[in-house]
Design a protein around this ligand. Structure first.
Ligand SMILES: *Cc1c(COP(=O)(O)O)cnc(C)c1O
Length: 320
């Protein structure tokens, strides 16, 4: 298991590459949530999500170990982050994407000089292909969450929160494969265990919720949640034990609740966040957590949205 020292080392490794993202506040959102709400704004991070933190920590390590190339299997935020940092470090990257990958996502990867290879429609097809390519090119495959360097890199979000929001009572984090929350849990619980850390998932992508309930990693079938960064089918072998050890609670939100949170933040705060990030805010808006009049940080994990699809995500946010 990683520890807080690994995260401090990661912070030193990545500090010249990433932004220390701002904390945003909205009186209206705080009022709606019955708590003082702070948004840790990773949608304003380089490449538009926190994924650049873990990717930078891991790719720098791979270069140290003599890697001649980098591969990853993701058309989403992880793929963009890996392509970006590989380009910065002048090492070739191949990103394996599904054959039906969205053009604007592959364009973003190519803009960072990432080479695109299309393969199948499932991660079960893409991951072996990315590993095979790495092997053939004296390279290293960069996994999206289940890796100590990735987890430690994502954990730097937790260190920044403790630094930026004095007396924070609780932190709410969206959960996919668990890289982000396992890093944040380690950073926070090993620095100040009095701070509560909660996870939030879409109710249609409740693999971590079920895994915690069953006390073992439990897979779910493919899901179509609009929170596309949280569509993983199961938590990781390395991330899940960290959640079992430290997590205070994991809660679920509906697709409608995600849309409302997304729309509210866009309309009132003028911030474009992605639905995956809206999941944590939705948990607060809908009172899923036992918190009142507390200082809460919700982690806004990213802001990459296909702008042609925004209209489909918007709902009316009039509040009686
Ligand atoms: C990857 C991602 C997540 C989930 O992170 P995990 O480490 O897989 O739990 C949440 N939000 C966004 C925007 C992401 O890109």
């Amino acid at each position: 298991m990683i520890n807080v020292q690994d995260i401090k080392t990661a912070q030193e490794n990545i500090t010249d590459t990433i932004h220390t993202t701002p904390i945003l506040q909205s009186a209206q959102l705080s009022k709606l949530c019955n708590n003082q709400l702070f948004l840790k704004s990773e949608h304003l991070q380089k490449t538009g999500s926190f994924k650049i933190r873990g990717a930078t920590n891991k790719v720098k390590q791979a270069v140290k170990e003599g890697a001649k190339s980098i591969t990853a299997a993701s058309s989403g935020n992880h793929g963009q982050a890996v392509a970006y940092i590989a380009n910065q470090l002048d090492i070739p990257a191949t990103i394996v994407v599904p054959t039906d990958a969205n053009q604007c996502k592959t364009n973003a990867i190519q803009a960072y000089n990432g080479k695109i290879e299309s393969c199948g429609t499932t991660s079960a097809e893409r991951i072996p292909r990315a590993k095979e390519l790495a092997e053939a090119q004296s390279g290293i495959y960069i996994p999206p969450y289940d890796d100590p360097y990735i987890m430690a890199g994502q954990g730097t979000v937790g260190l920044e929160i403790l630094d930026q929001v004095k007396d924070v009572d609780a932190v709410v984090v969206p959960v996919g494969g668990g890289g982000l929350i396992s890093g944040i849990l380690t950073a926070i619980k090993e620095t100040n265990p009095a701070v509560k850390v909660y996870g939030a998932e879409p109710d249609s992508a409740n693999d971590t919720f079920l895994s915690l309930q069953n006390n073992k990693i439990t897979a779910i079938p493919a899901t179509r949640t609009i929170a596309d960064g949280l569509r993983t089918s199961q938590p990781g072998d390395l991330t899940f034990p960290v959640l079992q050890k430290y997590l205070d609670e994991l809660v679920l939100v509906s697709e409608e609740e995600i849309r409302f949170a997304f729309s509210f933040v866009m309309e009132r705060m003028k911030q474009l966040i992605e639905p995956s990030s809206a999941v944590a805010i939705a948990a607060m808006i809908n009172g899923r957590l036992p918190l009142e009049n507390k200082k809460i940080v919700t982690v806004v994990s990213g802001g990459n949205v296909d702008i042609g699809k925004i209209e489909e995500l918007i709902v009316n946010t009039n509040i009686k």
